[in-house]
Write a protein that binds this ligand. Structure first.
Ligand SMILES: [Zn+2]
Length: 428
């Protein structure tokens, strides 16, 4: 049996029995103030994120309202219709501006609505729940007592020593409870046929949310929570781009891009006419020219990049991590597994208490493998935008990938990942 060559991270204290791998420690690990600070860090959205999430959308909406006024009143009404007597062109500019701003506004509102009501957050683990709910989230009280009595570290009186001992006992008891809850979480963990694991063969664990992370889920430091199919936190829309919001984010980008291109083309045309025929250079037109030019470059670049990632079935995080090997757990077919796993090309075999008698082979994947690429750009895009044309252009339905996962995998794996399963399935 081959072994992974990558460095192994510190194992969580809840490892279950594995046929090859670390055995679970009997005693809870020691806790110190640093560990507590690490656990406590990032459990709330940062102040900067909250401020930008509010200020930036307000600024964008204000700019869009002003730009619409300039296009519809100063360009279409004042210049095209009144001055140049081009009524058809004037009405066409007003209708197109209204259409693009309406679609951009509708997709933006849909995006904001989903960001605030269903952003794709992973539920917190029991160890983050309140004590009255059976959890262990008394971390704040422990930390408060610790900070109040921190000065005793430097003191050496017998009373300080006793207080210090009590504090460490309290921290140790808290940590033991955390370890017990993590063990319970692993017992209730329902393994799928294929899923991404940590190098030690256990499901990926978030120490802040105190829960196991499904595939493609990552911890968002801006929100302080784990997010399913997390892409990035976007200050322009004031929220997270995730499993539930990626589709509406891309649709908003599309209509915002059309709006910016239209405004830029209209402004260039009438600015040139002003300059050539009447020798005028209106300051508001110059401002709109600059603004629509900058936003056109920005939205075209963002939309192009977003569509490229949809076509490749990447999230921003996965794109950054591309080139790093992942570890894939694959359920071993009962027909194939007969007690001896030495012939498998995996580096470890694990089992879970929640699935007695079943085993998973752990493989280290090719660093360049695109595990989620379904084998074609159209299939990848449909996973987020949907299969019907109206689903691509209207912000109504959720993405197909946001539907509840089946027992096979959290998200469909592509050919690069499925090729691995041939190593552990029964020959046909
Ligand atoms: Zn988390």
């Amino acid at each position: 049996m081959s072994r992974a060559t990558s460095p192994r991270p510190a194992s969580p204290p809840d490892s279950e029995s594995t046929t090859a791998g670390p055995s679970p420690p009997d005693q809870p690990q020691e806790v110190d103030a640093t560990t507590l600070l690490d656990i406590n860090r990032g459990n709330r959205p940062s102040r900067a994120s909250l401020v930008s999430a509010f200020v930036v959308p307000v600024l964008v909406i204000g700019q869009a309202a002003w730009a619409t006024y300039v296009v519809c009143y100063q360009l279409a009404h004042q210049r095209l219709m009144k001055r140049d007597k081009q009524m058809g062109a004037g009405y066409a500019v007003i209708v197109l501006q209204a259409l693009f701003i309406f679609m951009a506004g509708v997709t933006y509102m849909r995006l904001i609505q989903v960001i605030y009501t269903d952003p794709g957050l992973l539920p917190l683990g029991m160890s983050r729940a309140k004590p009255e709910d059976g959890g262990n989230d008394d971390m704040k009280a422990v930390m408060k007592r610790w900070s109040e009595k921190r000065s005793i570290i430097q003191h050496t009186t017998p009373e300080d020593a006793r207080t210090r001992e009590e504090l460490f006992k309290e921290l140790a008891a808290h940590n033991q409870r955390q370890a017990e809850l993590r063990m319970e979480a692993l017992k209730s963990f329902r393994p799928k046929d294929m899923f991404i694991v940590a190098p030690d063969g256990l499901p990926r664990w978030c120490k802040t949310c105190e829960t196991f992370k499904p595939d493609r889920t990552h911890h968002c430091s801006d929100l302080g929570r784990c997010v399913r199919r997390m892409d990035h936190f976007c200050p322009w829309v004031g929220g997270i781009v995730s499993e539930t919001t990626t589709k509406f984010f891309v649709q908003f980008l599309f209509y915002a891009m059309l709006l910016c291109i239209f405004m830029l083309a209209t402004t260039i045309t009438l600015f040139k006419r002003d300059n050539d025929r009447y020798g005028q250079r209106n300051p508001q037109l110059i401002a709109l020219l600059v603004l629509s030019g900058v936003y056109t470059l920005f939205t075209v670049g963002m939309f192009q990049n977003s569509m490229w990632m949809l076509a490749k079935n990447f999230t921003t995080i996965e794109q950054r991590q591309f080139g790093m090997p992942l570890h894939l757990a694959v359920r071993i077919s009962p027909d194939w597994y007969a007690g001896n796993v030495d012939h498998l090309s995996c580096y470890m075999v694990v089992s879970f208490a929640s699935a007695p008698g079943e085993k998973w082979a752990i493989f280290q994947t090719d660093p360049r493998a695109k595990l989620w690429d379904l084998g074609g750009a159209y299939a990848n895009v449909c996973q987020v935008l949907g299969k019907r044309v109206w689903e691509w252009v209207l912000p109504v339905t959720y993405s197909p990938c946001a539907k509840p996962a089946d027992d096979v995998s959290e998200y469909p794996f592509g050919p690069a990942a499925l090729a691995v399963t041939q190593n552990v399935q029964a020959p046909k």
